[in-house]
Design a protein around this ligand. Sequence first.
Ligand code: CTP
Ligand code: MG
Length: 230
Amino acid sequence: MSVPNSPRTAALIPAAGSGTRLGRGPKAFVEVAGRSLLARSVAALSPFVDEVVVALPAGMDLPAGVPARAIVGGETRQGSVRRLLEATEAGTVLIHDAARPFVPPPVILALLGAIPATGAATVALPVADTLVRAEGQNWGELVPREGLWAVQTPQGFRRELLLQAHARAEAEQYAATDDAGLLARLGVPVRLVPGDARLFKVTTPGDLALAEALTGHVDGGWLTVEGEKK
Ligand code: CTP
Ligand code: MG
């Protein structure tokens, strides 16, 4: 039985990274067209969940006007997510990188719909480029791209399931860059939900330029892609 007023679904946002590759200080606080990556990610998810919890670098505060609760993150992304999982009582959690500021609403709805089947789902994008394994600086072996997906966030889970996977990973000193991978390695089927190129992670200065270029489209209400729901 659910406890009255306890959140059923929480968005958990790891935002405690240092942004080394971008080189502009803690990345979640970097602004794109006057609004931080963190504020953008929180605003994208908050309409779909009962609460939002973010993990911040030690000593940093939540900027004014961001509708979320803040905790201190860990030394790694995995550590930050572990703390976030322990900071909510929600039965279902959406984990989303603060560094992915553009989240199309239909993708969030599709993800929420995919979680109940196995308790684990992730947004991912079928690979469109030709893939090759390098041999030194040269073209080595061609990797057939059929059936290959690039994993993005948000990812959605039954919280208890993901907590168990984190505990196992920690006990076995297994490190991963995402959460669905922690469940997949335990044999839990993870549903793949088609993602979106606009969900790219702002990692390098070039990505920040891309994000700046996209804000007109996104801040205008995702209006300009033909065939996309308004
Ligand atoms: N993250 C976190 N806690 C950490 C490290 C990363 O919460 N100790 C978060 C980041 O804030 C980001 C997401 O995990 O939203 C993905 O990480 P990444 O893109 O690697 O961000 P940074 O670690 O900040 O960047 P870099 O690796 O270039 O330093
Ligand atoms: Mg990092």
